[in-house]
Design a protein around this ligand. Structure first.
Ligand code: KE4
Length: 429
């Protein structure tokens, strides 16, 4: 691809921003080449600064389920911005978005808005520790819950992509209470509860993993976590920052009919604006300041623009048939990709739940981090570049999820399938 303006910008950006990016997940380190600088988004497309029009399956890593610059989202943002961007005081929009979210996720009886998924999970864990009076937490290999110190242990997403052992700068004392188990391994979790009875504050889990690529929970996994936490007096935290409104309109908690004690949200509920939230059982949320003693605060928490982005997005999703239409498109696309790979003799595993999926270049089923890590990341990189050259933009890592939007129609799917056919022929041994 001829990308002179992106190259010029990247050269300058690297002198100003570490790696030329504001998040490592965008860095292209795992796929070769350099990041494209984006001029604008329109529906299912990104248009880069050199004029390339790309069908976008990143969608800001999940938030843009209604596509880029959705007219109703843009109109509401413009209307709200004209009245001011932040008040340092409550606004009706926080009440409106809270009611909308709870309408989709009734297990959330009270909610606190924050500014990112990291803040949401970090606060949810502080709350669990405050509520239980316990310190230890359990997370899973390959799950990524944002970059809070205590969670940067065997994490997914950019940590996995860059092959980082974890992260320097996280003092051992900070992670001494963070226990890690293999995803989908109920026995390993039971062993941790046996070893630390009455000491575990919470289990935090991506109920459908998205940060090692998409890995669904196996039958009995989530129910097992629910039973073990309830029996021990620990809390179950569903990190639905990515899965919320992506795997089901009510999130994974609706799809699998499991009631978490606390849910973390982000991405879709901001419609592309900076947002996060944590919420759950009313008795637990009463611990949160100023009602209770657990402190958490934020200058821009619940700010009018992020609330507006979320309200417009969730209202658009609320229309009958809209969400199911996106899910149906995901089924059509992933079946066609599977068929194209088979025709080219390229072994792939495609894991899809609702509107998110990953194409693993892998000979065997991908059910946890150990199996995901066996994927051929070099082959993924070559396929990524071939897709990009044919107008299709995937997340630049084997260990990320692809996302669909309401704006991905027949034309986009047909072009995407053709691009995958070319890419599979390109990487076939
Ligand atoms: P943020 O702090 O990035 O808003 O959310 C952190 C987070 C928490 N929980 C889950 C399940 C998440 O997927 C994320 C963030 N997801 C990554 C994509 N894999 C964000 C992309 C990035 O880091 O640039």
């Amino acid at each position: 691809m001829n990308i002179p303006k992106s190259i010029e910008l990247f050269t300058k950006a690297q002198t100003l921003l570490p790696g030329g990016v504001d998040s490592p997940a965008r860095a292209f380190r795992a796929v070769g080449g350099q990041p494209l600088f984006i001029d604008r988004g329109a529906g299912a497309y990104l248009i880069d600064v050199d004029g390339h029009r790309l069908i976008d399956y990143v969608l800001s890593f999940g938030p843009l389920i209604c596509g880029h610059a959705h007219p109703e989202v843009v109109a509401m943002l413009a209307q709200v911005a004209a009245k001011g961007t932040s008040f340092g005081a409550p606004s009706p929009l926080e009440v409106e978005l809270a009611e909308l979210v709870m309408g989709f996720m009734p297990h959330i009886e009270m909610i606190r808005f924050v500014n990112s998924g990291t803040e949401a999970t970090m606060s949810a864990l502080r709350l669990a520790r405050a509520f239980t009076g316990r310190s230890k937490i359990i997370k899973f290999q390959g799950n990524y819950h944002g970059h809070a110190d205590m969670l940067l242990v065997q994490a997914g997403s950019g940590v996995a992509t860059l092959g980082l052992p974890d992260s320097p700068g996280v003092p051992p004392a900070t992670v001494q209470d963070t226990l890690v188990a293999p995803y989908n391994n109920v026995t390993a979790v039971a062993q941790l509860f046996d070893r630390f009875p009455g000491q575990i504050a919470a289990v935090i889990v991506e109920p459908v993993a998205g940060n090692m690529g998409v890995v669904p929970p196996q039958p009995g996994f989530l129910a097992g976590l629910r039973e073990m936490t309830a029996n021990d007096g620990a809390l179950l935290i569903f990190d639905e920052v990515m899965t919320g409104f992506r795997v089901h309109l009510g999130g994974a908690q609706a799809l699998y009919n499991i009631r978490p004690d606390i849910t973390a949200l982000g991405k879709v509920i901001g419609g592309g604006l900076p947002v996060g939230a944590y919420g759950g059982r009313r008795d637990i949320m009463q611990m949160v300041a100023p009602v209770g003693p657990m402190y958490q605060a934020g200058t821009l928490s619940g700010n009018p623009l992020a609330m507006a982005g979320g309200i417009a997005t969730l209202k658009a999703l609320h229309v009958d048939g809209v969400w199911s239409g996106v899910a149906a498109t995901a089924v059509t696309l992933t079946e066609a990709i599977q068929h194209a790979a088979k025709a080219a003799g390229v072994p792939v595993q495609i894991n899809r739940v609702g509107t998110m999926f990953t194409t693993f270049f892998n000979e065997a089923a991908v059910t946890d981090w150990e199996s995901a890590a066996k994927s051929d990341t070099a082959k993924f990189g070559r396929a990524f570049q071939a897709l990009l050259a044919n107008g299709v933009y995937l997340p630049p890592s084997q260990f990320e999820a692809c996302f669909l939007s309401t704006e991905h129609g027949e034309t986009e799917i047909e072009q995407t399938v053709r691009a995958f056919e070319i890419a599979f022929r390109h990487v076939a041994d």
